[in-house]
Write a protein that binds this ligand. Structure first.
Ligand SMILES: [Zn+2]
Length: 119
């Protein structure tokens, strides 16, 4: 059975009632899947849980590491825009990437390494 957004959100809320902070996407995935499967066998991906969490206002902190640049937002799939900043000499340089849709930001040349979820 495929879980709906409200079902996933409900399970995330239950998990965050027990733990104020969830330290990784994998931890959230395991705990949410457990909650969802209490009544029925439910299939849901870690990525979908992450997206639902962000969409409905769970605070998600993203830790990044040096790595391959990402082109699309890990939360809503929209294309990322350049964040421009002027240097001392007034020249524009790209310092990072931004999702205009959900305000996700990441430094230039970095990719998401870890997601922290908070109540
Ligand atoms: Zn986004």
């Amino acid at each position: 059975m495929r879980a709906t957004d409200p079902e996933i959100l409900n399970a995330i809320k239950k998990v965050l009632q027990e733990d104020t902070v969830i330290h990784s996407q994998n931890e959230l995935f395991e705990k949410v899947t457990k909650k969802l499967s209490e009544t029925d066998e439910v299939r849901v991906s870690a990525e979908r849980i992450r997206r639902v969490a962000k969409k409905y206002g769970v605070r998600v902190q993203v830790h990044s590491r040096k790595g391959r640049e990402i082109k699309t937002c890990p939360f809503c799939g929209k294309e990322l825009q350049d964040i421009l900043s002027q240097d001392l000499f007034g020249r524009s340089t790209t310092i990072g990437k931004l999702c205009k849709n959900c305000k996700f930001e990441i430094g230039l040349g970095r990719s998401p390494a870890r997601y922290i979820f908070r109540r």
